[in-house]
Design a protein around this ligand. Structure first.
Ligand SMILES: Nc1nc2c(ncn2[C@@H]2O[C@H](COP(=O)(O)OP(=O)(O)OP(=O)(O)O)[C@@H](O)[C@H]2O)c(=O)[nH]1
Ligand SMILES: [Mg+2]
Length: 322
């Protein structure tokens, strides 16, 4: 595979080349890291918006509305939908949904959905590579949607410049349904489906929860109301996203966020490399035998881990990706 040619096509805005490289990265095909090194050098600095929240609250509907606004302003848009609970890839489901919207057939919109495929690199690393490929292809605004799955969801949202946490009025305690990790990463809250009863009180609950925190370091997350399927509240949301983005232009704030992202990515890569080298240097039955020794108390987990580390570095060569 000639990755230089592929990367060059991506830099020229070739959608097929971008889709191809995303698949190569997902499959962790031989040498994909070299392709990503090239892509890294060609990114242009797209704005990345994260949209997350519990299942069915209207995230995708909101994402499509936001994408329409970006298109109206002449921006090209990338949409990445990540579902850590699903093994689906290739944009099948999301693609079917988009065909029913005004964005269907728009060459200025690139959509990709991804799920867990059992690679060693982890889903947030794959999402980060996908974002980078779309950026290098020329998407100016990238929106990442994730549906709830604990730490992975939080990690993926960590890739965004601005994170919107969406909820809706309902029967249970909506504030509780937003997991603790999300409260830490939210820059903006949206109570969607404001056409349903209880929206005002859900918003009030969120606001009173936020009032318990006194140090917001310059940005207190606003709580907005919206009705994504009728387009209500979207202007306020885009305004708020713009406000947060201007705040991100502060060099200190931006440096802090980007350093955190880069550190996380580097450690994800290291973890992936270690897992890869374990997988390529130890037979499954050898690993099973070590695990059994721990279960049978013939050894302890620490000595077992050491045995595996030694076996993993058996070749004396660094793992493939280095
Ligand atoms: N009443 C009402 N329904 C809405 C609103 N926005 C979206 N919906 C509906 O809610 C349902 C779920 O919308 P999605 O946009 O798929 O929600 P989601 O959060 O992306 O769902 P998952 O990705 O499956 O977690 C759809 O039937 C939408 O038409 C709204 O503002 N009001
Ligand atoms: Mg969705």
């Amino acid at each position: 595979m000639n990755y230089t040619a592929l990367a060059k096509s991506i830099f020229r805005g070739d959608r097929k080349a971008a889709a191809r490289l995303i698949s190569i990265v997902e499959d962790e095909e031989e040498g994909y890291e070299d392709a990503m090194k090239l892509v890294f050098s060609g990114t242009k600095g797209a704005g990345v918006l994260g949209v997350t929240g519990p299942p069915g609250v209207g995230k995708s509907t909101l994402v499509f509305e936001l994408a329409k606004r970006y298109r109206k302003n002449g921006k090209s848009v990338g949409i990445v939908a990540v579902d850590p609970t699903s093994p689906l890839t290739g944009g099948a489901i999301l693609g079917d949904r988009i065909r029913m919207t005004d964005l269907a057939g728009d060459q200025g919109v690139f959509i990709r959905s991804m799920g867990t495929r059992g690679g060693t690199g982890g889903l947030s690393l794959q999402a980060s590579n996908t974002i980078r490929i779309l950026d290098a292809m020329g998407c100016e605004e990238i929106i990442v949607e994730t549906v709830g799955a604990g730490q992975t969801q939080v990690d993926i949202m960590g890739l965004a410049d601005t994170v919107v946490v969406v909820t809706m009025p309902g029967t249970g305690d909506e504030v509780q349904s937003i997991k603790a990790g999300l409260l830490e990463i939210a820059d903006i809250y949206v109570v969607n489906k404001m056409d349903l009863p209880g929206a005002m009180s859900t918003a009030a609950d969120l606001k009173s929860m936020l009032n318990l925190v006194d140090d917001w370091k310059g940005w207190k997350p606003p709580v907005l109301l919206a009705s994504a399927n009728s387009g209500r509240g979207i202007d306020e949301l885009t305004g708020s996203i713009g406000g947060h983005r201007s705040r991100m232009l502060d060099p200190v704030v931006s440096m802090e966020r980007r350093s955190k992202q880069a550190r996380k990515e580097i450690f994800d890569i290291i973890t992936g490399q270690i897992m890869h080298s374990i997988a390529s240097n130890i037979q499954a039955d050898e690993l099973d035998a070590i695990v059994r020794e721990v279960v049978e108390k013939k050894t302890n987990p620490y000595d077992a881990a050491r045995k595996i580390s030694i076996a993993a570095s058996r070749t004396g060569k660094p793992p493939k990706a280095l």
